[in-house]
Design a protein around this ligand. Structure first.
Ligand code: NOJ
Length: 722
């Protein structure tokens, strides 16, 4: 397709149509019925046939109907782009991104993303609003479930893996014409994960240094991995909503990061500039967003109503409009839409692709690799020979374990814990008792007696607790991050009745459960594990598979510790005693500063021993590489997988540095009683940070490297950078 010729032939209105996105419902209804939604966003009637992209739709048939009707009406026959939030699966649902972060396994993330892309493409999706590369340290924020954790390095790797997976990238080759791919849109640029007080859509206050050091790298990694689109954040950073923030959008995104793909606003965010109070009206909102580089307006009509006038007034140039339109047309061309506007979509094949049993196998594997064993006093794994199993709690028979962004996933198709246990132990007698609800207001204890009775009559108890899935995700912030309702009380009663009780948690955010940590014999954190959650839980509890995930996020003791991260900077008055309050030190009167469970923590049924951490030389010279070797031994009778983590600390620098920062991680599977020597490479680039003058440099001096997990060095060495 000669895109330049096409652009030349377009009227201004047609160009602006390419820069406007609407939801599917606007295209689906009769003219009279469409008046509601269309008028709700204020889109002029004559613009509807010119709109260039669609947000959300039901299925392949609907997508085809919308595309067909559009192409029949459109003078230039420019196909529309169809976009959707394919976040952790399409119909087959994988664990939520926070759980995927805990796998610390980018190749697993790549595989899951590939399968999600395949399903979504068969339904007609072209662009997914993934990865969310936002970094978050606050469990109150419901969207923490969409992050891959709190660590910049982990987020970089996981973000890249998503882009590669969705876009089908192999050895640097991306072919978006391939029917199994989607274009990836990294979001929410930038800093959205740091909303004040964990309240969604709230203001973000971050220093330039923090933004550059801990927030930008993951977005940048996704852009470098080839993400074709970037979505702006809802939040104001340094007083300016991202979509109208020239420093973020022009200086950082375009100039420094070199992003030359399509920029899209978040939903209604351009109109919301008037609500933020930084634009007097929609016309000013359109000017601010467009002149700061936002190409497509999602679900408001400031562009449709005002861009033409802004060009006519000489405020915006037609050349800039052309450049924005060209970016959109190029993406359509790259996806092959001019040759085949229906691309991979296939209403006949859609169901078969989406229900491919191989996808469920991967979903189960992913759920197994993302569940974190938080506590085990030795009762786990349970024996498969048990006769009577009691499943207790609001998640025992609950299908609602898919997680907030479960796209076209169907709850009824998810495997409950009960179904998982029954499939694994066909001869066991399984009883299930709900015991209580899982919402905040649900304080009914009338089911406790039945639960206690079932627990006391069983050989083992699986106590399935957690938050409803809609307590996390977009718009769902909480001030209390405890288990909702009376679940903790149920837990106490059940554990007292039968000490062979393992707690299984389903939740989208870290939950502060200090009492449960004390009383529960074992705790398995499943997060929202997706379609195969119940089978994965059963296989983990009964030892078919060995838990291997590590926390990608710090779990606080209480909400008052939020925001909290393992990567805290040094202070002048660190606490120097292990427990209790220390006057005039950086700590709390009424709570420890340590978390309930730290970043990088997670148990296994194997016992791993870290031996002899050694430096090949104790000096790293600029441009060279220092090798650190570590011997890892599996000191148990079970094969297991360990995630080896290396952390670094710069002992003296021109600005304060984190007391520990993840520098390297690797997953190693070891047969029983085997050992392996691992090599951990350290390069100058691993030691860089933004110095006083905001230059990204490594400063000569002494560094400490330790292996273990956050706040828990097993072995440490020091070396010098010269
Ligand atoms: C708003 C959310 O912030 C964003 O992440 C999502 O992609 C859009 N809505 C579209 O659904």
């Amino acid at each position: 397709m000669d895109l330049n010729a096409l652009l030349q032939s377009m009227t201004m209105k047609e160009k602006i149509g390419q820069l406007t996105q609407c939801t599917a419902e606007l295209f689906l209804q009769t003219d009279a019925a469409a008046t509601g939604p269309r008028e709700a966003i204020g889109l002029p009637k004559e613009m509807l046939p010119l709109v260039g992209s669609v947000l959300n739709f039901a299925n392949a048939e609907e997508m085809c109907a919308i595309q067909r009707a559009h192409l029949e009406a459109d003078r230039l026959k420019i196909p529309m782009l169809f976009m959707m939030d394919v976040i952790h699966g399409y119909r087959t649902i994988f664990p939520i991104p926070l759980a995927m972060g805990c796998s610390m396994d980018p190749s697993l993330m790549d595989d899951c993303s590939q399968m999600a892309a395949k399903e979504a493409a068969a339904s007609g999706v072209h662009v997914t609003f993934t990865p969310m590369a936002d970094q978050c340290r606050d469990a109150r924020w419901g969207r923490i479930m969409e992050t891959t954790g709190e660590d910049p390095l982990l987020n970089e790797w996981m973000g890249k893996a998503q882009v590669w997976g969705f876009q089908g990238t192999t050895r640097d080759n991306t072919d978006l014409r391939s029917p199994d791919t989607l274009a990836a849109c990294v979001k929410h640029f930038a800093g959205y994960g740091a909303v004040e007080a964990g309240r969604d859509y709230n203001t973000v206050e971050l220093s330039e240094r923090t933004l550059r050091e801990t927030h930008f790298p993951a977005y940048k990694a996704c852009i470098d991995a080839g993400a074709r689109m970037v979505m702006t954040s809802f939040s104001a950073v340094d007083g300016l909503p991202a979509v109208a923030n020239p420093w973020l959008m022009k200086t950082v995104l375009k100039e420094e990061m070199g992003f030359d793909g399509v920029v899209i606003s978040d939903y209604d965010a351009i109109r919301e500039l008037t609500v933020h109070g930084v634009a007097a009206d929609l016309k000013e909102a359109a000017r601010l967003a467009f002149s700061n580089g936002c190409d497509i307006e999602m679900c408001s009509a400031a562009y449709a109503l005002h861009l033409e006038a802004l060009v006519n007034d000489g405020v915006l140039s037609e050349a800039d409009i052309d450049n924005a339109v060209m970016r959109v047309l190029r993406l359509k061309e790259e996806l092959g839409l001019f040759d085949d506007p229906y691309r991979a979509v296939d209403p006949q094949r859609e169901d078969a692709v989406c229900t491919d049993p191989a996808h469920r196998v991967l979903a189960r594997e992913a759920a197994e690799k993302t569940a974190v064993l938080l506590k085990n006093n030795g009762i786990l794994p349970f024996s498969k020979e048990v006769k009577r199993v009691a499943l207790i709690g609001p998640f025992a028979e609950n299908h609602a374990i898919l997680g907030f962004w479960s796209c076209r996933g169907r709850e009824e198709e998810s495997v409950t814990v009960r179904q998982g246990v029954e499939a694994l132990l066909p001869y066991a007698e399984v009883t299930a008792v709900r015991g209580c609800g899982n919402t905040v207001g649900d304080v009914d204890r009338s089911g406790f007696d039945e639960a206690v009775k079932a627990a006391s009559e069983a050989d083992v108890v699986i106590l399935c607790l957690g938050e409803p899935s809609h307590y996390s995700g977009e718009g769902n912030s909480r001030v209390d991050i405890a288990l909702p309702g009376v679940q903790e009380a149920l837990a106490e009663a059940v554990i007292e009745a039968n000490p062979q009780t393992a707690v299984v948690l389903f939740n989208g955010r870290p939950l502060a459960v200090p009492r449960l940590k004390e009383t529960a014999p074992a705790i398995l954190e499943m997060w929202f594990p997706g379609s195969e959650g119940g089978s994965a839980a059963a296989r983990l509890l009964f030892g078919e598979v060995n838990p291997s995930a590590k926390l990608a996020v710090t779990v606080p003791r209480c909400v008052g510790q939020c925001p909290i991260s393992y990567r805290y900077a040094s202070t002048g008055r660190p606490k120097t005693i292990a427990h209790g309050y220390q006057p005039f030190r950086s700590n709390y009167l009424d709570e420890e500063i340590t978390p309930l469970w730290p970043f990088g923590y997670g148990l296994s049924y194997s016992r791993f021993v870290y031996e002899s951490l050694r430096l090949e030389t104790d000096t790293l010279r600029c441009g060279e590489r220092l090798m650190v070797t570590l011997v890892l031994r599996n000191d148990s009778d079970r094969e297991g997988t360990e995630t080896v983590q290396a952390y670094i600390r710069d002992l003296h620098a021109s600005v304060t540095r984190p007391t520990q920062q993840l520098m390297w991680f690797s997953k190693v599977t070891l047969p029983p009683h085997q050992r392996i020597t691992l090599k951990i490479p350290v390069e100058e680039s691993d030691l860089c940070f933004f110095d006083r003058e905001m230059r990204y440099v490594a400063e000569a001096g002494t560094f400490e490297l330790f292996v273990g997990y956050a706040d828990h060095p097993v072995h440490a060495v020091q070396f010098r950078l010269e």
